[in-house]
Write a protein that binds this ligand. Structure first.
Ligand SMILES: [Zn+2]
Length: 116
């Protein structure tokens, strides 16, 4: 029997939300699908520029995407057309909570990096 939702707390380290890179003004995560099919994983970029913070999610079927830079990733999306393929990601309640908490923290971190 799983615990009622009110008892769940965000985890550290967060299960299902893997930090992949930290460039200071950009942090990337890999959010894994509950079915363990890596093709369903989402790649998340949390970035700050001089004006704002953006959160972008990608679905690429390329492994080791996190070793690429942002523009290489975008180029792959544009040229390989992965953006045309729909992919669903299924998160457990715990993972979704971790995801939300991770985003909140990452947004704060990149913002602080830009405006110390
Ligand atoms: Zn899946």
């Amino acid at each position: 029997m799983s615990k009622p939702s009110t008892e769940l707390e965000p985890q550290t380290p967060a299960e299902g939300v893997l930090k992949r890179n930290n460039y200071g003004d950009a942090i990337t995560y890999q959010v894994t699908c509950e079915c363990h099919d890596a093709n369903h994983d989402h790649n998340v970029w949390v970035e700050a520029d001089d004006h704002r913070v953006t959160v972008t999610t990608y679905t690429t079927q390329k492994s080791k995407w996190w070793s690429l830079n942002r523009w290489q990733t975008i180029w792959i999306l544009l040229t390989k057309g992965y953006v045309e393929h729909e992919a669903n990601i299924i998160m457990t309640e715990q993972q979704a909570l971790n995801y939300a908490e991770t985003l909140k923290k990452a947004i704060k971190d990149v913002k602080n990096f830009k405006q110390p």
